[in-house]
Design a protein around this ligand. Structure first.
Ligand SMILES: [Zn+2]
Length: 285
C-alpha cells in the first residue's frame, strides 16, 4: 500500500512524496528558492512522522537543490543518489552552476531573496544497479538509466509494479507527445525506454508530470519510443535538406515546446537542452 503526492512548490520544481505505512520518501526535491514551501507541503502530509529518504533521479538543479533543505527539518533523512550524482554534487563548480540556475528560476518566478544552502548539498548514500531501498512493506530496487544524464537512475518496486522514473524516459509534452531528453546518449536512452517497456508496470511516476496508471504507462513508453526515433528522423531529414543549426533547433522546438512543456521549462532552459539534444540526434554513436 502506498500513496504518491506532488508536494512541489512551483511548476517545474516538482517533488513527490511516496508514503508507505512504515516509511516516507521524497522523489526529487525541486529548486532552492521555493524549498520552504515544499517543506510545509511535506509536513502537512507527514504530521509527526519523519522523512526517511530523499531519492534523487539525477543531479540537475531543478531536481536536487531542495534535498539539502529537507535535512534542516528532518536531519535523519538519507539523501540517495547514483555514484555520478554524488560526484557531481561534491564539486564546487557544479554547486555554483546550480546556484546561478536557481537564481534565474527564482527571478522568473518573481521571487527575491532566499536562503541558499547549496554549499551543504551532498548525497548521503550512493547507489548502483540492483541496490535496494527499504520502505517497509514496499521495497525499491535501483535501475541505472543513463541517457538524459550519466547520473540518471530510477527505482522499481516489483511487487507493486511501480516505477519511479527519470527524465531519460522523456517528458510528457502533450497527449501522446513525449519529448526526448537525451543529453548524453541516444542509444542509452533508447535502451532505457525498451528496458522499462518490458517491465510489467501498473504505475509509472514521471518526475515532472506525476503518476500514470494502468494502460497509460505502456502508452507513455510507446510514445517515448516513437518520438525519440521520429524526432531523430525529422532532424536528420532537415539536416539532409541543408537546414542550418538554428533551423534544426526550430524543428525540435516546433514539435516539443508546447504549452505543457512551457509549464515546467522556461524557454532558456528548453533552448539550452535542445542545443545538446539536437546535435546528439545527428550523431552516429
Ligand atoms: Zn534533468
Amino acid at each position: 500500500m502506498f500513496t504518491v503526492t506532488n508536494v512541489g512548490a512551483v511548476s517545474g520544481g516538482e517533488a513527490f512524496l511516496l508514503l508507505t505505512p512504515e516509511k516516507a520518501a521524497l522523489l526529487d526535491s525541486g529548486y532552492s528558492f521555493c524549498a520552504p514551501q515544499m517543506l510545509e507541503n511535506i509536513s502537512r502530509l507527514l504530521g509527526p512522522r519523519e522523512l526517511d529518504y530523499v531519492l534523487l533521479t539525477h543531479s540537475h538543479y531543478d531536481h536536487a537543490s531542495g534535498s539539502i533543505y529537507c535535512k534542516s527539518r528532518w536531519p535523519g533523512a538519507t539523501i540517495v543518489g547514483s555514484r555520478h550524482t554524488e560526484k557531481i554534487l561534491s564539486k564546487d563548480s557544479a554547486r555554483d552552476l546550480m546556484r546561478r540556475l536557481n537564481d534565474s528560476a527564482a527571478r522568473l518566478n518573481g521571487q527575491g531573496q532566499y536562503l541558499d544552502c547549496l554549499k551543504d548539498l551532498r548525497v548521503d548514500r550512493s547507489v548502483a544497479e540492483g541496490d535496494r531501498i527499504d520502505l517497509g512493506s514496499l521495497q525499491l530496487q535501483v535501475l541505472e538509466m543513463p541517457g538524459h544524464t550519466r547520473c540518471s537512475i530510477g527505482f522499481y518496486a516489483e511487487q507493486e509494479r511501480l516505477l519511479l522514473g527519470c527524465e531519460t524516459l522523456g517528458v510528457l509534452a502533450g497527449p501522446d507527445l513525449v519529448m526526448p531528453c537525451c543529453l548524453v546518449s541516444y542509444n542509452l536512452t533508447l535502451q532505457a525506454i525498451e528496458r522499462v517497456a518490458a517491465l510489467p508496470l501498473q504505475y509509472l511516476l514521471l518526475p515532472h508530470s506525476g503518476l500514470l496508471e494502468g494502460e497509460d504507462c505502456a502508452r507513455f513508453l510507446t510514445n517515448a519510443h516513437y518520438w525519440l526515433e521520429e524526432s531523430r528522423r525529422r532532424i536528420r531529414d532537415a539536416a539532409a535538406g541543408g537546414g542550418t543549426e538554428d533551423e534544426l533547433l526550430q524543428v525540435f522546438k516546433d514539435i516539443f515546446y508546447t504549452p505543457q512543456t512551457q509549464q515546467v521549462q522556461p524557454e532558456v532552459a528548453f533552448d539550452l537542452n535542445a542545443s545538446y539534444i539536437v546535435p546528439l540526434l545527428l550523431k552516429d554513436e
